[in-house]
Design a protein around this ligand. Structure first.
Ligand code: MN
Length: 291
């Protein structure tokens, strides 16, 4: 029998904060505290459903830099518009994902989609940061737009729910995201009263974020929303049961990058010297322009 991945910690956050004027987010983890324990994952922010009034001036975050890692933006409700210093721009809507490689350095802005903003409505999204190994930190910046239709959905047994495979592999079905190190990212919906057993690789770190509903893990630990259960790398199985309500989870699982983490704001490098260099490069305009 496969060994169970035990829970090492459950973190709940009921104190949202604003990122720019467009994202009211619950931070579930960040590298300052969990960098080693959750490597290659660095940060996870969840913007629970929030209603915005109509406006001609899209809300969001103005131009800012990133370097040394990847940002993964997942839209559940609403629409987002992105522009960056490579000259690229694009929009993503419900079910879509933007997987951006900051690599050697990029400036971008993240806004509510213009047409959506004019009507207003409910925005619900999440952003994950995934680290890059030292050898890939200077990769050319860019992004993958992953539309809803490109993301395969596997139906769980007995109508128990669905798993959308954004990255990696689930029971033989592969997700579309191209990643630098092995990661599995699953958008899981589990119906109330149903349970499933996930097989996850031995030695990989796992964060099970519960965004809505509540789940019981391994038959004993209740994890409410908005919360994350961190699992031990040892073991290969985890059992998840949705209790009284339908549950929505984003499951993050990846092979740890065994390197030091030096993080400062939007830069994640291996040493403080590299951070200083990143700040200087940004100030000197070496990460490009965004007009
Ligand atoms: Mn950003």
């Amino acid at each position: 029998m496969a060994k169970t991945k035990q829970i090492s910690e459950v973190i709940q956050n009921d104190q949202p904060h604003w990122v720019g004027d467009g994202f009211r987010v619950y931070s579930l983890f960040s590298m300052q505290e969990f960098g080693r324990k959750l490597s290659p994952f660095l940060l996870f922010d969840y913007a629970a459903p929030t209603t915005y009034t109509p406006t001609d001036k899209p809300r969001g975050v103005d131009s800012h830099p990133h370097k040394g890692f990847e940002t993964v933006t997942i839209v559940y409700q609403g629409g987002l518009e992105h522009r960056d210093s490579t000259g690229s721009s694009g929009t993503i809507g419900p079910g879509d994902v933007q997987w951006m490689t900051a690599g050697s350095g990029i400036l971008h802005e993240e806004k509510h989609e213009r047409q959506w903003s004019k009507k207003g409505g409910v925005m619900q999204m999440a952003q994950l940061w995934v680290n890059l190994p030292a050898e890939n930190k200077s990769s050319p910046p860019g992004y993958q737009t992953i539309l809803k239709d490109q993301i395969p959905t596997v139906t769980l047994a007995d109508g128990g729910g669905t798993v959308r495979i954004i990255a990696g592999e689930y029971e033989g079905t592969k997700g579309p995201a191209k990643t630098f190190t092995p990661v599995n990212v699953y958008d899981m919906r589990l119906k109330a009263g149903h349970s499933t057993t996930l097989k996850l690789p031995e030695g990989y770190n796992t964060a099970m974020t519960v965004l809505d509903g509540a789940v019981k893990i391994n038959g004993d630990t209740l994890v409410p929303s908005v919360a994350v259960a961190i699992l031990d790398p040892a073991g290969e199985e985890v059992q998840i049961e949705a209790t009284d309500r339908d549950a929505m989870l984003l499951i993050l699982n990846g092979r740890p990058i065994d390197e030091p983490i030096a993080a400062y704001g939007p830069f994640v490098m291996n040493t403080t010297d590299e951070i200083k260099e990143a700040i200087e490069d940004f100030r000197a305009g070496k990460m490009g322009r965004l007009d």
